[in-house]
Structures are given as C-alpha cells and as structure tokens.
Ligand binder design. Structure first.
Ligand code: PBG
Length: 336
C-alpha cells in the first residue's frame, strides 16, 4: 500500500534541495571571514601563550605574541579584534585606578597592534572590571552595596579618551551604566576624537555564561566576598522590551553600532534590535557559548566544526551584521 501512495502536489519544496548547486543557489545566509571580530586577551610579560582552562584554544598573549596573532587574523581576512587586558591582581584596587593609567597594558597593546597592523580595526572595552579588586564594572557606593552610576560614567569617559588617544577605532562600553554612551561621545568629541566610534554593548544581559571570561581576565576572583551579581546594571534575561529600549537609548546617545550579548540564547533580541534600528547590529558569542561547544566536542558528543558553523550562522540569520566570537580565527581559516 505505501509504495503506491501518490500525492497530487503543486508545491514540492524539496525540489530546490535536490542537489548541492541548487541548495547553494537558494542559500539565504552566508558566513564570511569579514563577519567576525576576534576577542583577544593580553597579559604583561608572560613568555609563553597561556591557555585559558575553560576556553580551550584561547590564549592570553603578551604584546609580542598578540601582534603576531593580529597579523595572522588579518591574513585570514578577519577585519577586527577586541582587546581585553588581564591585570596582575596586585594592580587592582577598589576604584580601578589602573584604568586611567596612560601606560596601561591595554593601551600599550593597542599602540603595538595599530603600529604593526594599521589596517586592522581595533576595539577596546570601556568598563572597570579588569581593574577593580571586586570585579564589578564600576566603582561602589560608600555603603558598598551597589555600583555608583554617575561617578562610574565619569571614569569611563576618561578611559575612552585614553583609548582613543592610543589609536582604537571603536570604543566598546560594556558596563551598562545609564548615560554612558552620551557621556563618552561628548568626552571623545571634546578631546578632538570625532572619528572614534562607539560600539555599545546595548543589550547586555546578566548571564551565567560569562564564567569562562571572568576566569580569563580574573574578574571572578572576589566571588563570594562581595555582591558579585551584576543584576543591578546588566539586563534581566527575562526582558525583551527593556532590551529594545536600552538599544534605542544608546542609539539616541550617539552609538554607532548596537550590540546584543550573549548571542546564541538571545536570537530574538538580535532580531528585535535589527528591526528597531537602522544602525549596524553586532552580537557577541560569549565565552560560555564557546566553552559549551568545545566541551561537548571534547566528549565526542557534538561535531565541533559543524556546531561552530551552525551557531554562527544562526546569529547572522537572526540579524547580526558582525559577530564577536572566539571562533573567529578557526572560522576564517575554515571558510577559505
Ligand atoms: C565585562 C565584560 C564581560 C564580557 C565582556 N566584557 C563579562 C562580564 O560582564 O562580567 C564577557 C565576554 C564573554 O563572556 O565572552 N565588562
């Protein structure tokens, strides 16, 4: 009976899936090396690249090795890098003083990369978490019970000007304080850096998946000794309308690019922001997303190359114009 069964169908969508060339002709989303921004961790002095335990294949580089990595990325067609410093814990304090040191590690790294690979776009994070002993993105109130918004924003604006002076193309405020994009724009303009752009971490959620990154920059070391939840500034993962409102505020304050973070669990937000603005939209496939795929692949439970590709394709399909991902180098190599 089933072998004689016939449907009288006008529409048979499978016709266009019949051969590889037909499938390629109707493919709607294509990944290319230029879609990616590589986040890179930098440390002072350490001689050999130092692998981050919870992020296999991701290293903390000293400036010499960082420059070498940037050259390799450029050769593979990756257009941009985002630099994150890991400080010696002895340099951290309650106020994140080292963030305003004109010879700070990340500024030296920017100058070295811009000198060696000038055509590579360089981004830096504007937030205090690599610099504070408590690991928060800003300075605390006198009572120590919250991050103080306006005082933090004043420091971030100064930090952004130092980064612009070091030569970054885009500053990326990742702190989620109110009003920081506008304050940074004003400070940059006042200092003459009208050409330095702002990629705002606009919809940054209070995610449990940042864990491996906090190991990488050492911002988790105070866990348990202080309120470590960032819930008073990062978005509640339950909220969709609030995320759009945040993105639109950043746009109004002068952000050039709006970012959604994390990416893979927040594809609906990427789509919402894409539809709410005409600005370019970035998405950050964060450390925990990377770690999950790597861990399952190590156990032999998932295919690394295929999951990597699919996870990034989904982020682009959702509406991201560019993706920060720890897979940037491997993806660019695989796509060639
Ligand atoms: C902090 C910052 C974080 C990330 C980028 N900038 C973590 C945090 O908010 O604690 C996370 C990136 C990742 O997990 O890959 N300003």
């Amino acid at each position: 009976m089933p072998d004689t069964f016939k449907l009288d169908l006008t529409h048979r969508p499978r016709r266009l899936r019949r051969t590889p060339s037909l499938r390629r002709m109707v493919e709607e989303t294509v990944l290319r090396p230029a879609d990616f921004i590589a986040p890179l961790f930098v440390v002072d002095g350490r001689p050999a690249p130092d692998e981050i335990k919870s992020m296999p294949g991701v290293f903390r580089f000293n400036i010499t090795d960082l420059v070498r990595e940037c050259r390799a990325l450029r050769r593979l067609g990756v257009p941009a890098v985002a630099l994150f410093p890991k400080l010696d814990p002895r340099l951290k304090d309650e106020e994140g003083t080292q963030a305003l040191n004109e010879d700070a590690l990340v500024l030296r790294a920017v100058r070295a990369v811009k000198k060696a690979v000038p055509e590579l776009t360089v981004l830096t994070d504007v937030a205090l978490d690599p610099y504070t002993s408590h690991g928060h993105d800003g300075v605390l109130t006198a009572a120590g019970d919250d991050v103080e918004n306006d005082r933090t924003v004043g420091l971030l604006a100064k930090m952004a000007v130092l980064q612009a002076r070091a030569g970054v193309d885009l500053v990326a405020p990742s702190d989620m304080m109110d009003g920081r994009v506008g304050a940074i724009r004003q400070a940059l303009d006042a200092a003459g850096f009208t050409g330095t752009g702002i990629m705002a971490y606009s919809a940054k959620f209070n995610s449990a998946y940042y864990g491996p990154f906090r190991d990488a920059v050492g911002s988790a070391q105070a866990a348990g000794t202080r309120l470590l939840s960032k819930a008073t500034y990062q978005l509640n993962p339950a909220n969709r309308r609030e995320a759009i409102a945040e993105a639109l505020l950043d746009e109004a304050e002068g952000a050039d690019i709006l970012m959604v973070k994390p990416a893979g669990l927040y594809l609906d937000i990427i789509r919402d922001v894409r539809e709410a603005t005409r600005k370019p939209v970035a998405a950050y496939q964060i450390s925990g997303e990377y770690a999950q795929i790597c861990a399952a692949a190590r156990l032999g439970w998932l295919d690394l190359a295929r999951c990597r590709h699919e996870s990034l394709l989904a982020i682009k399909r959702a509406g991201a114009d560019m993706i920060l991902t720890y897979f940037a180098k491997d993806m660019a190599a695989a796509l060639r």
